[in-house]
Design a protein around this ligand. Structure first.
Ligand SMILES: [Zn+2]
Length: 119
């Protein structure tokens, strides 16, 4: 026999709704923290080639995609982040423009070998 209990259904869906919202909030917070973490790695840095220092246009060369994807995928735990930091250390920081130039072999690496940008 089918027994319909409307109040129970409503409570459960409310509970589920709250639960889902909490999960979403936590996920969003973690996403933000991970974005912030990436930005922290770019803070006070500048493009190796042109000296651009605006964080929003800075990237890791050549593994920007991988590093950002890993940062999103992996936890914020210290030892996990240590591996990511090592990965970042093996990259150079460049701006979006220089990233594209570099990717298209338009940058003469020799011309920059001994150049130190202070900006
Ligand atoms: Zn640049």
């Amino acid at each position: 026999m089918f027994v319909f209990i409307p109040s129970l259904n409503i409570n459960m869906s409310e509970h589920y709704q709250k639960y889902r919202n909490t999960i979403r909030k936590v996920a969003r917070r973690h996403r933000r923290l991970k974005d912030k973490w990436i930005n922290e790695q770019l803070r006070d840095k500048s493009c190796k080639y042109c000296g651009e220092s605006e964080i929003v246009v800075l990237k890791f060369y050549p593994d920007d995609r991988k590093i950002r994807a890993d940062s999103k995928k992996k936890s914020l735990k210290k030892d996990t982040r240590k591996l990511l930091l090592e990965h970042i250390d093996n990259n150079v920081i460049v701006c979006h423009n220089c990233f594209l130039k570099k990717d298209n072999d338009l940058i003469d690496e020799d011309a920059f070998t001994n150049l130190y940008h202070t900006s």
